[in-house]
Design a protein around this ligand. Sequence first.
Ligand code: SF4
Length: 161
Amino acid sequence: MIKIKPHHFIDIITSFSADRVILKPHHYNHSVHSISKKILENRSSILEIELDADDICQPCIHNIDGICDDKLNISNRPKVPPLKREWNLILDKRWCKRLKIEQGEIISVLEFCKLLNEGSNNLVDIYKENNLENTIKRELNLKKGLRKYLTSNVVYFEEIE
Ligand code: SF4
């Protein structure tokens, strides 16, 4: 079982749009690389929807007793709150509403992907405070990542630092 914030799962699927997914650890020490690998290797993985600190956050240097203390650079996005945890919660609540999922729900990776297939249009409604061009690219990459993931067509490399 993987506890995960909806937008973290969606970001991982979006990253599969790249021709080669490189799964190397991030300098924050969070678990995006290892959770991405689990999701890639096992399409039967089961997720638990978590809107607070999830399994990706657990080892992160910004996870302070379950609270994210990271700040965002909002110089080009004045309507985004400066604390990452506040922005994350806004995004996750919007995704929950759109996909009709909720905190604590148990759902398989494939079921989540099915919901995303139906709910990945008009991402401007979810990322309305972000740059429009980036959101259009995000939508295209999410759809491409989903397609590749569901057709087992993702190649990944592990990089050892
Ligand atoms: S949300 Fe915060 S604590 Fe979680 S992985 Fe991102 S930076 Fe780290």
